[in-house]
Design a protein around this ligand. Structure first.
Ligand code: HEC
Length: 216
């Protein structure tokens, strides 16, 4: 009799506790996951803004001055040319190569590459980002993806024709892929792929800890 009363009390209490722990586990790991993602997205957004700022500074204070007062030219192929410095977009392309060694991938792209990059093929994220940002240029486009076995959050922002200086060059260069750009047009997309495996590990640790508590 005693035993069955104990069982009648213990079993429902244990089941309710297990259920509560499961729900807690689910809420906490979901919360950590979504915090991880939103934190990574805002870090990527600010990295994009920083690169745009550096490019604007480079364009205004270095490229403009050098081109005006010397015979040095802005060029895509500047590396082995002592009379050339990188164009602003070329600087971003070059920096993205350097940055890739740190695990962060940055890319500047569009559906209208210059002839030197015409072999480039956009992947499905890049194609979707290009379409979405053309529809809503002020928005941020992001997606979680696994690339070569690693988790990334991929974040893209538009690169807009903000000044007549952009148009003057993009609409007149002989190698331009399109020459009727207007102010406010989305010329390209700047994207950052942030590795999030380390941050995801935190969520997994909490997950395992709760599972351990639950089982033992
Ligand atoms: C002096 C000429 C010049 C000016 C000024 C200029 N660009 Fe460019 N831009 C280029 C050239 C040339 C390329 C190709 C560079 C390369 O592929 O390395 C390019 C590439 C780009 C790309 C990458 C396109 C792609 O698909 O690879 C974007 C986006 C872009 N420019 C946006 C802008 C914006 C926005 C401005 C104004 C804030 C601007 N550019 C000002 C000449 C210029």
């Amino acid at each position: 009799m005693k035993g069955s009363l104990f069982l009648r009390l213990f079993v429902p209490v244990a089941v309710i506790m297990a259920l509560c722990l499961f729900i807690l586990l689910w809420i906490v790991s979901n919360q950590i996951n979504s915090n991880t993602l939103s934190e990574s997205i805002s870090r990527a957004e600010s990295t994009v803004e920083q690169f745009k700022l550096i490019r604007a500074y480079y364009t205004k204070n270095i490229v403009a001055t050098v081109l005006k007062s010397s015979d040095i030219k802005g060029s895509i192929n500047h590396k082995d040319n002592s009379k050339a410095i990188p164009l602003p977009a070329t600087m971003i392309h070059d920096l993205s190569t350097e940055l890739s060694e740190t695990g962060i991938r940055m890319k500047l792209f569009s559906a209208y590459p210059f002839p030197n990059r015409k072999e480039r093929v956009l992947d499905s994220f890049e194609q979707d980002a290009w379409n979405a940002l053309n529809k809503d240029p002020q928005s941020t486009f992001s997606r979680e993806e696994i690339i070569d076995g690693l988790h990334y959050i991929r974040v893209a922002k538009s690169d807009i024709m903000v000044s007549p200086v952009c148009l003057a060059c993009h609409n007149t260069r002989s190698d331009t892929p399109k020459n009727d750009w207007k102010l406010g047009d989305v010329r390209g997309v700047l994207s950052i792929d942030m590795p999030i495996d380390a941050m995801k590990k935190n969520a997994t640790t909490v997950h395992s800890l709760l599972a351990y508590l639950l089982l033992y």
